[in-house]
Design a protein around this ligand. Structure first.
Ligand SMILES: [Zn+2]
Length: 453
Protein backbone atom coordinates (compact mmCIF):
# COMPACT_ATOMS: atom_id res chain seq x y z
CA UNK A 1 0.00 0.00 0.00
CA UNK A 2 2.78 2.39 0.96
CA UNK A 3 4.58 1.44 -2.24
CA UNK A 4 1.45 2.22 -4.25
CA UNK A 5 1.01 5.61 -2.58
CA UNK A 6 4.65 6.56 -3.23
CA UNK A 7 4.39 5.46 -6.87
CA UNK A 8 1.14 7.37 -7.36
CA UNK A 9 2.55 10.51 -5.77
CA UNK A 10 5.83 10.40 -7.66
CA UNK A 11 3.85 9.94 -10.88
CA UNK A 12 1.60 12.89 -10.07
CA UNK A 13 4.54 15.11 -9.16
CA UNK A 14 6.46 14.15 -12.30
CA UNK A 15 3.36 14.96 -14.30
CA UNK A 16 2.94 18.37 -12.67
CA UNK A 17 6.60 19.27 -13.10
CA UNK A 18 6.46 18.10 -16.69
CA UNK A 19 3.56 20.41 -17.45
CA UNK A 20 5.01 23.46 -15.78
CA UNK A 21 8.52 23.03 -17.18
CA UNK A 22 7.49 24.63 -20.49
CA UNK A 23 6.79 28.00 -18.91
CA UNK A 24 9.37 28.01 -16.10
CA UNK A 25 12.75 26.37 -16.69
CA UNK A 26 14.14 24.92 -13.45
CA UNK A 27 16.70 27.14 -11.74
CA UNK A 28 19.49 26.17 -9.37
CA UNK A 29 21.74 28.19 -7.08
CA UNK A 30 24.80 26.33 -5.78
CA UNK A 31 26.34 27.87 -2.65
CA UNK A 32 29.66 26.93 -1.02
CA UNK A 33 30.83 28.02 2.40
CA UNK A 34 34.46 26.96 2.18
CA UNK A 35 35.71 24.54 4.83
CA UNK A 36 32.33 23.89 6.52
CA UNK A 37 33.05 20.67 8.39
CA UNK A 38 30.02 18.37 8.59
CA UNK A 39 29.90 18.07 12.37
CA UNK A 40 29.85 21.84 12.94
CA UNK A 41 26.12 21.31 12.38
CA UNK A 42 25.91 19.07 15.46
CA UNK A 43 28.34 21.04 17.62
CA UNK A 44 27.14 24.61 17.05
CA UNK A 45 23.81 26.37 16.68
CA UNK A 46 22.58 27.39 13.24
CA UNK A 47 19.00 28.67 13.58
CA UNK A 48 18.78 29.98 10.00
CA UNK A 49 20.41 26.96 8.42
CA UNK A 50 18.24 24.62 10.52
CA UNK A 51 15.11 26.42 9.26
CA UNK A 52 16.38 26.01 5.71
CA UNK A 53 16.89 22.27 6.37
CA UNK A 54 13.47 21.91 8.04
CA UNK A 55 11.84 22.97 4.79
CA UNK A 56 14.29 21.02 2.66
CA UNK A 57 16.79 18.18 2.88
CA UNK A 58 20.04 17.50 4.72
CA UNK A 59 22.84 15.11 3.76
CA UNK A 60 24.83 14.81 6.98
CA UNK A 61 28.13 13.72 5.39
CA UNK A 62 29.40 14.28 1.90
CA UNK A 63 32.38 12.05 1.11
CA UNK A 64 34.60 14.35 -0.87
CA UNK A 65 37.57 13.56 -3.12
CA UNK A 66 41.26 13.10 -2.39
CA UNK A 67 43.16 15.37 -1.94
CA UNK A 68 40.68 17.23 0.27
CA UNK A 69 41.74 20.68 -0.90
CA UNK A 70 39.72 23.65 -2.12
CA UNK A 71 40.28 23.91 -5.87
CA UNK A 72 40.17 20.16 -6.58
CA UNK A 73 36.98 19.63 -4.56
CA UNK A 74 35.11 22.61 -5.95
CA UNK A 75 35.88 21.35 -9.46
CA UNK A 76 34.70 17.82 -8.57
CA UNK A 77 31.34 19.19 -7.38
CA UNK A 78 30.69 20.91 -10.73
CA UNK A 79 32.09 18.12 -12.98
CA UNK A 80 31.28 14.90 -11.07
CA UNK A 81 34.87 13.77 -11.67
CA UNK A 82 37.69 12.57 -9.44
CA UNK A 83 40.76 14.78 -9.45
CA UNK A 84 42.79 12.47 -11.70
CA UNK A 85 40.04 12.88 -14.31
CA UNK A 86 39.34 16.62 -14.13
CA UNK A 87 42.98 17.62 -13.83
CA UNK A 88 42.83 20.05 -10.89
CA UNK A 89 44.82 17.70 -8.65
CA UNK A 90 45.97 20.27 -6.06
CA UNK A 91 45.95 23.96 -5.17
CA UNK A 92 49.58 24.00 -6.32
CA UNK A 93 50.53 22.13 -9.48
CA UNK A 94 53.34 21.76 -11.96
CA UNK A 95 53.09 20.26 -15.41
CA UNK A 96 56.38 18.61 -16.42
CA UNK A 97 55.60 18.69 -20.16
CA UNK A 98 54.65 22.36 -20.54
CA UNK A 99 56.63 23.49 -17.44
CA UNK A 100 53.59 25.49 -16.36
CA UNK A 101 52.81 26.29 -12.73
CA UNK A 102 49.39 26.63 -11.09
CA UNK A 103 48.57 28.12 -7.72
CA UNK A 104 45.48 29.57 -6.06
CA UNK A 105 46.91 33.01 -6.88
CA UNK A 106 47.78 32.10 -10.47
CA UNK A 107 44.89 30.02 -11.74
CA UNK A 108 43.67 31.82 -14.87
CA UNK A 109 45.29 29.67 -17.57
CA UNK A 110 42.50 27.55 -19.16
CA UNK A 111 45.12 24.84 -19.78
CA UNK A 112 44.60 23.62 -16.22
CA UNK A 113 40.80 23.54 -16.41
CA UNK A 114 40.19 22.24 -19.92
CA UNK A 115 40.47 18.52 -19.04
CA UNK A 116 36.82 18.74 -17.89
CA UNK A 117 33.66 20.68 -18.72
CA UNK A 118 31.96 22.25 -15.69
CA UNK A 119 28.19 22.37 -15.43
CA UNK A 120 27.98 26.14 -16.05
CA UNK A 121 29.46 25.60 -19.52
CA UNK A 122 27.15 22.66 -20.34
CA UNK A 123 24.19 24.71 -19.10
CA UNK A 124 25.01 27.53 -21.52
CA UNK A 125 25.19 25.16 -24.48
CA UNK A 126 21.44 24.63 -24.01
CA UNK A 127 19.23 26.91 -25.99
CA UNK A 128 18.00 30.00 -24.19
CA UNK A 129 19.90 29.50 -20.93
CA UNK A 130 22.73 31.28 -19.22
CA UNK A 131 24.88 30.77 -16.13
CA UNK A 132 26.10 33.21 -13.50
CA UNK A 133 28.79 33.08 -10.83
CA UNK A 134 29.41 35.22 -7.78
CA UNK A 135 32.74 33.43 -7.53
CA UNK A 136 33.59 29.72 -7.46
CA UNK A 137 36.98 28.35 -8.47
CA UNK A 138 37.19 28.34 -12.27
CA UNK A 139 34.24 30.61 -12.99
CA UNK A 140 36.47 33.54 -13.99
CA UNK A 141 38.45 31.39 -16.45
CA UNK A 142 37.38 30.85 -20.08
CA UNK A 143 37.11 27.05 -19.87
CA UNK A 144 36.69 25.67 -23.40
CA UNK A 145 36.50 29.35 -24.41
CA UNK A 146 33.42 29.88 -22.25
CA UNK A 147 32.91 31.78 -19.02
CA UNK A 148 29.50 32.07 -17.34
CA UNK A 149 27.50 34.87 -19.05
CA UNK A 150 27.71 36.78 -15.77
CA UNK A 151 30.68 36.41 -13.42
CA UNK A 152 32.98 38.26 -11.04
CA UNK A 153 36.75 38.12 -11.07
CA UNK A 154 37.87 36.45 -7.89
CA UNK A 155 38.66 38.79 -5.04
CA UNK A 156 38.47 37.83 -1.37
CA UNK A 157 37.85 41.48 -0.45
CA UNK A 158 34.38 41.59 -2.09
CA UNK A 159 31.70 41.39 0.60
CA UNK A 160 29.12 38.61 0.82
CA UNK A 161 26.42 41.22 0.39
CA UNK A 162 27.86 42.39 -2.93
CA UNK A 163 28.17 38.82 -4.20
CA UNK A 164 24.58 38.09 -3.11
CA UNK A 165 23.30 41.32 -4.72
CA UNK A 166 24.96 40.44 -8.01
CA UNK A 167 23.73 36.88 -8.13
CA UNK A 168 20.11 37.77 -7.31
CA UNK A 169 20.12 40.60 -9.86
CA UNK A 170 21.36 38.19 -12.52
CA UNK A 171 18.81 35.55 -11.50
CA UNK A 172 16.00 38.07 -11.92
CA UNK A 173 16.95 40.31 -14.82
CA UNK A 174 18.95 38.35 -17.35
CA UNK A 175 17.93 37.32 -20.82
CA UNK A 176 18.32 34.49 -21.68
CA UNK A 177 17.47 33.60 -18.07
CA UNK A 178 20.15 32.48 -15.65
CA UNK A 179 19.21 28.91 -14.77
CA UNK A 180 22.44 27.91 -13.02
CA UNK A 181 24.28 30.14 -10.56
CA UNK A 182 27.09 29.79 -8.01
CA UNK A 183 27.87 31.72 -4.84
CA UNK A 184 31.11 31.23 -2.93
CA UNK A 185 32.26 32.46 0.50
CA UNK A 186 35.74 31.99 2.06
CA UNK A 187 34.54 31.25 5.59
CA UNK A 188 34.64 29.21 7.81
CA UNK A 189 37.80 27.96 6.05
CA UNK A 190 39.93 31.04 6.72
CA UNK A 191 39.10 31.04 10.46
CA UNK A 192 39.38 27.25 10.65
CA UNK A 193 43.01 27.54 9.48
CA UNK A 194 43.73 30.47 11.75
CA UNK A 195 42.26 29.23 15.04
CA UNK A 196 41.84 25.51 14.47
CA UNK A 197 38.41 23.84 14.64
CA UNK A 198 38.83 23.06 18.34
CA UNK A 199 38.90 26.75 19.27
CA UNK A 200 35.25 26.75 20.34
CA UNK A 201 35.07 30.45 21.21
CA UNK A 202 36.36 31.80 17.90
CA UNK A 203 34.61 29.14 15.81
CA UNK A 204 31.32 29.90 17.60
CA UNK A 205 31.62 33.54 16.55
CA UNK A 206 32.58 32.75 12.93
CA UNK A 207 29.90 30.09 12.50
CA UNK A 208 27.26 32.45 13.91
CA UNK A 209 28.29 34.96 11.23
CA UNK A 210 27.90 32.26 8.57
CA UNK A 211 24.44 31.41 9.88
CA UNK A 212 23.50 35.09 9.69
CA UNK A 213 24.67 35.17 6.05
CA UNK A 214 22.42 32.18 5.32
CA UNK A 215 19.59 34.12 7.00
CA UNK A 216 20.35 37.08 4.70
CA UNK A 217 20.39 34.82 1.66
CA UNK A 218 17.00 33.27 2.42
CA UNK A 219 15.49 36.64 3.37
CA UNK A 220 16.66 38.22 0.12
CA UNK A 221 15.36 35.34 -2.00
CA UNK A 222 11.98 35.65 -0.25
CA UNK A 223 11.78 39.44 -0.65
CA UNK A 224 12.61 39.15 -4.35
CA UNK A 225 10.05 36.40 -4.92
CA UNK A 226 12.75 33.86 -5.86
CA UNK A 227 12.38 31.55 -2.87
CA UNK A 228 9.53 29.29 -4.00
CA UNK A 229 10.79 28.44 -7.48
CA UNK A 230 14.54 28.46 -7.01
CA UNK A 231 16.41 25.30 -6.03
CA UNK A 232 19.20 26.16 -3.58
CA UNK A 233 22.03 23.82 -2.59
CA UNK A 234 24.25 24.85 0.33
CA UNK A 235 27.39 22.75 0.65
CA UNK A 236 31.15 22.95 1.02
CA UNK A 237 34.39 21.54 -0.33
CA UNK A 238 35.96 19.93 2.76
CA UNK A 239 36.14 19.96 6.54
CA UNK A 240 39.02 20.92 8.86
CA UNK A 241 41.13 19.28 11.56
CA UNK A 242 43.22 20.56 14.44
CA UNK A 243 47.00 20.77 13.95
CA UNK A 244 49.67 21.19 16.60
CA UNK A 245 53.31 22.23 16.95
CA UNK A 246 53.78 18.82 18.56
CA UNK A 247 52.79 17.06 15.36
CA UNK A 248 55.34 18.22 12.78
CA UNK A 249 57.10 16.13 10.12
CA UNK A 250 60.29 17.95 9.17
CA UNK A 251 61.48 16.75 5.75
CA UNK A 252 64.81 18.54 6.11
CA UNK A 253 65.77 16.09 8.85
CA UNK A 254 65.46 13.22 6.40
CA UNK A 255 66.64 14.41 3.00
CA UNK A 256 68.66 17.19 1.41
CA UNK A 257 66.11 19.52 -0.17
CA UNK A 258 68.31 20.04 -3.23
CA UNK A 259 67.55 16.46 -4.34
CA UNK A 260 63.90 17.16 -5.12
CA UNK A 261 61.41 19.89 -6.03
CA UNK A 262 58.46 20.30 -3.73
CA UNK A 263 55.35 21.14 -5.79
CA UNK A 264 52.89 21.02 -2.90
CA UNK A 265 53.72 20.74 0.81
CA UNK A 266 51.09 19.72 3.36
CA UNK A 267 49.27 17.60 4.35
CA UNK A 268 49.82 15.90 0.98
CA UNK A 269 53.30 16.71 -0.35
CA UNK A 270 53.93 16.36 -4.08
CA UNK A 271 57.58 15.48 -4.66
CA UNK A 272 59.39 15.72 -8.01
CA UNK A 273 62.83 14.06 -7.58
CA UNK A 274 65.84 15.73 -9.17
CA UNK A 275 67.98 12.65 -8.65
CA UNK A 276 67.09 8.95 -8.77
CA UNK A 277 63.44 8.52 -7.73
CA UNK A 278 64.09 5.34 -5.72
CA UNK A 279 66.79 7.06 -3.70
CA UNK A 280 64.49 9.95 -2.78
CA UNK A 281 61.65 7.53 -2.05
CA UNK A 282 63.82 5.37 0.25
CA UNK A 283 64.87 8.37 2.33
CA UNK A 284 61.34 9.74 2.62
CA UNK A 285 59.85 6.32 3.34
CA UNK A 286 61.63 6.12 6.71
CA UNK A 287 61.24 9.81 7.54
CA UNK A 288 58.22 9.61 9.88
CA UNK A 289 55.80 6.99 11.23
CA UNK A 290 53.07 9.64 10.86
CA UNK A 291 52.93 9.83 7.09
CA UNK A 292 52.48 7.41 4.21
CA UNK A 293 54.92 7.68 1.33
CA UNK A 294 53.78 6.43 -2.07
CA UNK A 295 55.39 6.05 -5.44
CA UNK A 296 52.83 7.31 -7.95
CA UNK A 297 52.16 3.78 -9.25
CA UNK A 298 51.45 2.53 -5.71
CA UNK A 299 48.93 5.19 -4.66
CA UNK A 300 45.92 3.28 -3.27
CA UNK A 301 43.14 2.83 -5.84
CA UNK A 302 40.54 4.15 -3.38
CA UNK A 303 42.06 7.64 -3.72
CA UNK A 304 41.38 7.69 -7.50
CA UNK A 305 44.52 9.78 -7.61
CA UNK A 306 47.05 8.33 -10.00
CA UNK A 307 46.25 8.68 -13.69
CA UNK A 308 47.24 12.23 -14.44
CA UNK A 309 50.52 13.83 -15.53
CA UNK A 310 50.09 16.51 -12.89
CA UNK A 311 50.35 13.97 -10.06
CA UNK A 312 54.03 13.87 -9.14
CA UNK A 313 56.22 10.69 -8.95
CA UNK A 314 56.12 10.60 -5.11
CA UNK A 315 53.38 11.78 -2.77
CA UNK A 316 53.50 11.97 1.02
CA UNK A 317 50.23 11.79 2.94
CA UNK A 318 50.39 13.01 6.55
CA UNK A 319 48.25 11.35 9.23
CA UNK A 320 45.30 13.40 10.48
CA UNK A 321 46.46 16.48 12.38
CA UNK A 322 50.12 16.14 11.34
CA UNK A 323 51.83 18.88 9.32
CA UNK A 324 54.67 18.41 6.83
CA UNK A 325 57.22 21.25 7.11
CA UNK A 326 60.66 22.25 5.87
CA UNK A 327 62.58 23.08 9.02
CA UNK A 328 59.90 25.54 10.09
CA UNK A 329 57.40 26.02 12.88
CA UNK A 330 53.71 25.24 12.57
CA UNK A 331 52.19 27.40 9.81
CA UNK A 332 48.51 27.10 10.83
CA UNK A 333 46.38 25.64 13.62
CA UNK A 334 43.82 23.99 11.36
CA UNK A 335 44.21 22.22 8.03
CA UNK A 336 42.57 19.95 5.46
CA UNK A 337 43.76 17.96 2.48
CA UNK A 338 44.07 14.68 4.40
CA UNK A 339 42.67 11.23 3.52
CA UNK A 340 39.11 11.63 2.27
CA UNK A 341 37.90 8.68 4.39
CA UNK A 342 38.35 10.81 7.54
CA UNK A 343 35.01 12.20 8.71
CA UNK A 344 36.72 15.46 9.80
CA UNK A 345 37.43 16.10 6.11
CA UNK A 346 33.78 15.78 5.07
CA UNK A 347 31.41 18.66 4.44
CA UNK A 348 27.58 18.49 4.53
CA UNK A 349 24.92 19.34 1.96
CA UNK A 350 21.56 21.00 2.50
CA UNK A 351 19.05 21.86 -0.19
CA UNK A 352 15.69 23.53 -0.58
CA UNK A 353 13.34 24.10 -3.48
CA UNK A 354 10.75 22.53 -5.76
CA UNK A 355 13.09 19.67 -6.75
CA UNK A 356 13.73 18.58 -3.16
CA UNK A 357 11.75 16.82 -0.46
CA UNK A 358 10.83 18.71 2.68
CA UNK A 359 12.18 17.68 6.07
CA UNK A 360 14.17 14.72 4.79
CA UNK A 361 17.52 13.65 6.28
CA UNK A 362 19.98 11.40 4.52
CA UNK A 363 23.17 9.89 5.87
CA UNK A 364 25.71 10.24 3.08
CA UNK A 365 26.45 10.78 -0.61
CA UNK A 366 29.69 11.32 -2.54
CA UNK A 367 30.61 14.80 -3.70
CA UNK A 368 30.84 13.45 -7.27
CA UNK A 369 27.13 12.47 -6.99
CA UNK A 370 26.13 16.14 -6.78
CA UNK A 371 26.88 16.75 -10.48
CA UNK A 372 24.47 14.17 -11.96
CA UNK A 373 21.82 15.34 -9.48
CA UNK A 374 22.24 18.97 -10.58
CA UNK A 375 22.10 17.93 -14.26
CA UNK A 376 18.85 16.08 -13.54
CA UNK A 377 17.32 19.09 -11.82
CA UNK A 378 18.27 21.37 -14.72
CA UNK A 379 17.26 18.84 -17.38
CA UNK A 380 20.83 18.64 -18.73
CA UNK A 381 22.41 15.53 -20.18
CA UNK A 382 25.33 14.83 -17.84
CA UNK A 383 28.78 14.38 -19.34
CA UNK A 384 30.63 11.16 -18.43
CA UNK A 385 31.34 11.34 -14.70
CA UNK A 386 32.28 9.35 -11.59
CA UNK A 387 29.04 10.09 -9.74
CA UNK A 388 25.94 7.93 -9.29
CA UNK A 389 22.57 9.59 -9.77
CA UNK A 390 20.87 6.76 -7.85
CA UNK A 391 22.62 7.87 -4.62
CA UNK A 392 20.67 11.15 -4.63
CA UNK A 393 17.23 9.85 -5.67
CA UNK A 394 15.89 9.91 -2.10
CA UNK A 395 16.48 13.68 -2.00
CA UNK A 396 14.34 14.43 -5.05
CA UNK A 397 10.56 14.68 -5.22
CA UNK A 398 10.30 13.37 -8.79
CA UNK A 399 12.19 10.16 -8.05
CA UNK A 400 11.08 6.99 -6.38
CA UNK A 401 13.61 5.70 -3.91
CA UNK A 402 13.72 3.20 -1.19
CA UNK A 403 16.26 2.97 1.59
CA UNK A 404 17.45 -0.27 3.16
CA UNK A 405 15.35 -0.25 6.38
CA UNK A 406 12.24 0.55 4.32
CA UNK A 407 13.07 -2.23 1.84
CA UNK A 408 13.54 -4.75 4.67
CA UNK A 409 10.24 -3.59 6.23
CA UNK A 410 8.35 -3.99 2.97
CA UNK A 411 9.81 -7.48 2.32
CA UNK A 412 8.97 -8.63 5.89
CA UNK A 413 5.48 -7.11 5.56
CA UNK A 414 4.88 -8.87 2.24
CA UNK A 415 6.09 -12.19 3.69
CA UNK A 416 3.75 -11.83 6.70
CA UNK A 417 0.77 -11.11 4.42
CA UNK A 418 1.65 -14.08 2.19
CA UNK A 419 2.09 -16.41 5.18
CA UNK A 420 -1.24 -15.29 6.70
CA UNK A 421 -3.06 -15.73 3.38
CA UNK A 422 -1.56 -19.18 2.83
CA UNK A 423 -2.54 -20.20 6.38
CA UNK A 424 -6.11 -19.00 5.84
CA UNK A 425 -6.41 -20.89 2.55
CA UNK A 426 -5.15 -24.11 4.17
CA UNK A 427 -7.64 -23.75 7.06
CA UNK A 428 -10.51 -23.09 4.62
CA UNK A 429 -9.55 -26.11 2.52
CA UNK A 430 -9.40 -28.35 5.58
CA UNK A 431 -12.85 -27.18 6.67
CA UNK A 432 -14.32 -27.88 3.24
CA UNK A 433 -12.84 -31.38 3.15
CA UNK A 434 -14.33 -32.56 6.56
CA UNK A 435 -16.38 -35.77 5.75
CA UNK A 436 -20.15 -35.13 5.63
CA UNK A 437 -22.60 -37.73 7.07
CA UNK A 438 -23.27 -40.58 4.58
CA UNK A 439 -20.48 -39.45 2.26
CA UNK A 440 -18.45 -42.55 3.07
CA UNK A 441 -21.50 -44.71 2.48
CA UNK A 442 -22.00 -43.16 -0.94
CA UNK A 443 -18.38 -43.66 -1.78
CA UNK A 444 -18.64 -47.28 -0.82
CA UNK A 445 -21.64 -47.64 -3.08
CA UNK A 446 -19.67 -46.11 -5.95
CA UNK A 447 -16.75 -48.37 -5.19
CA UNK A 448 -19.01 -51.35 -5.36
CA UNK A 449 -20.31 -50.47 -8.76
CA UNK A 450 -17.60 -52.15 -10.86
CA UNK A 451 -17.92 -55.31 -8.76
CA UNK A 452 -21.66 -55.51 -9.42
CA UNK A 453 -21.01 -55.21 -13.13
ZN1 LIG B 1 38.41 25.08 0.81
Amino acid sequence: MKLLVILLFSGLITGCRGNSSHSLPPKLLLVSFDGFRADYLQNYEFPHLQNFIKEGILVEHVKNVFITKTFPNHYSIVTGLYEESHGIVANSMYDVITKKHFSDLDDKDPFWWNEAVPIWVTNQLQENRSSAAAMWPGTDVPIHNTTPSYFMNYSSSVSFEERLNNITTWLINSNPPVTFATLYWEEPDASGHKYGPEDKENMYRVLKEIDDLIGELVHKLKVLGLWENLNVIITSDHGMTQCSKDRLINLDRCIDNSSYALIDLTPVAAVLPKINTTEVYNKLKVCSPHMNVYLKEDIPARFHYQHNNRIQPIILVADEGWTIVLNKSLPKLGDHGYDNSLSSMHPFLAAHGPAFHKGYKHNTINSVDIYPMMCHILGLKPRPNNGTFGHTKCLLVDQWCINLPEAVGIVIGALLVLTTLTGLIIIMQNRLSVPRPFSRLQLQEDDDDPLIE
